[in-house]
Design a binder for this molecule. Sequence first.
Ligand code: GLC
Length: 689
Amino acid sequence: MSLKKGPGSRPMELGECTRNPGYQDVEGGGSAAETINADPGEKHDSAAPKLDPDAAEEYTQIKPYAGMPKEVLLQYSSQARYRVPREILFWLTVACTLVLVALTITVIALSPRCLQWWQASPVYQVYPRSFKDSNGDGVGDLKGIQEQLDHFLYLKVKSVWISPFYLSPMKDFGYDVEDFRAIDPLFGTMRDFEELLAEMHNKGLKLIMDFIPNHTSDRHRWFNLSRTRDPHYKDYYVWTDCNATAPRPNNWVSVFGNSSWTYDDVRGQCYLHQFLKEQPDLNFRNPNVYKEMTDIIHFWLEKGVDGFRMDAVKHMLEATHLRDEPQVDPSKPAESVKTEFDLHHDYTYTQLGLHDLLRGWRAVLDVYSREPGKYRFMVMESYDYQEVEKTMMYYGTPLVRESDFPFNFYLLYLPQNTSGLWVKDLVHLWMANMPKGKWPNWVVGNHDKPRIASSAGQTYIRVINMLLLTLPGTPTTYYGEEIGMENINVTDSQIQDPAGKYNASASRDPGRSPMQWSGDMNAGFNIKTNSTWLPVHPDYTSVNVEVQKKDEGSVLAQYRFLNTLRQSELPLHRGWFCYVHADASVFSYLRELDGLDRAFLMVLNFGKESATTDLSSIRELPDQLKVLMSTNQINNGKVLQKSRVLTEAGEGLVIRYSTHTRFNPNHPEQCYVSEKACYLSAMDILYKC
Ligand code: GLC
């Protein structure tokens, strides 16, 4: 490549010199601006350089090059042949950037939110005393849980709620906390906890802890300081004057039965306990108590826990006037009012101010949720029985968030009347009352209730699991439900549960027996010694994880299949949920997603007999329905006419079908979705619609 300086000059190689041949120093020190306009060869008065417009012509054939002085370059750059392409490039860049920004904003605005971990996976409840005993003392422990983490991976479960393992005298098996910052030695050490949490996180699992704000153990340091009237702690609990010999300042009763007041000799007053007398109620009217409990939340969040199950929240505040609560049956003699169900709890449950306390804690969790990928979850425990609207308050308001969901305990009533219509009613109770846009959840068992396989009957365990895993929202699985564990028989002398000691029929022991891992000694729960804190169910040789893993048709295999399907199929985890049919036997619903031609129909028989369901009036369904999965394995793959869908009692069918006609637009009153999303098959993406 050569550069020419005007006619007749010799071609010059670029590397030959770093100077423009048309450029000359003016007395060795002239500025480039002067030089570019100077007549070459002529000397200029450096004090008054003249800019000669004709001289520029001389340089038009010289191209700019590296090392050329800035001013000369500027001169070139204002020439049209450089300026125009530059401007075109500039505006192209601006336009592209704007288009990209607009596209990004559109994609963000149109993308539905990703499901959070607590939405994508069932919540699995571990009762630590009963899950796995690693040291042979007959009681489960943290190391035992750690040994079994692969079980969650096998089930495709990500969220694990572990019932309390705080330091505790174990009057209520850990729900009576002596120190909220310590681990009970029965369960292990703080180091064991940290290792467990780290290992869970390594495996992609989330740990939800129990948080018990309503009460402490009577062995808690605060209670000892309160009963001795320490100035700071004297109002940490709810105290009132009472008669030492007949200590009943009012008619309030404990959930476990009898008066909720106990006289304390040390202080000479009565204290309130809505559960055991060893579980004094904290006084949340005292801001210091709230602060203490908030600090404890910080403590565990700092350790990295992923969420809390908030225990017995409706009990947190009581009316300060301490008036008697109205009796359900006013004609009943006052002295026979002894159980929770004898009173309307106008002054002890769900008092004004409760939600402000809980929303304050939500705000704390939200701060920690800002860490990338670290959403902190909160679920409430509140049994509100007929008052479902009280339960829904725990979702918060459109402006103030509270829990991600309150536990939905209404399916616990399922065994009262196993029928398609009944199950639909229970499901609808939640769907009809849940605030718009919120996320549902389903519970059929926990450590306070009889096992569903016993109360509903073993016949229904598979169809119940199918219901939970195909409804919209988060299912909860109490340990052992995935293999169909049943209640154990506990003789009076074997009763461990304080509630059972008060009233044997209220004992919660039957549903707390050791997890059945294998056919080995103690069902594999404790393989070191022959000791278990509650008896192992005698069916453990056939009902256990090891055996069921080998059987494709087992309760466990079906649970795993359905959970995998739920997580892999968009209609099942974020599609519409529409009621299709309900009668004395069958409850049927479908799940579909706009834009996706794959949909799912569930036909679940909760009745006592086989049923033939005629779905021919549902024109959105194809005439022939192919069974993807039946709880009755031999029916897998069968093709049914939609006018004759046959199911046995306790049988559930998942039918996958193709359709271009959606059910939801034609039946909006039968359909529900948390957050509308549509599928764009051309790009394989979801968008808000
Ligand atoms: C919750 C727990 C229950 C406990 C009670 C008192 O309801 O689930 O097990 O006994 O609170 O803490």
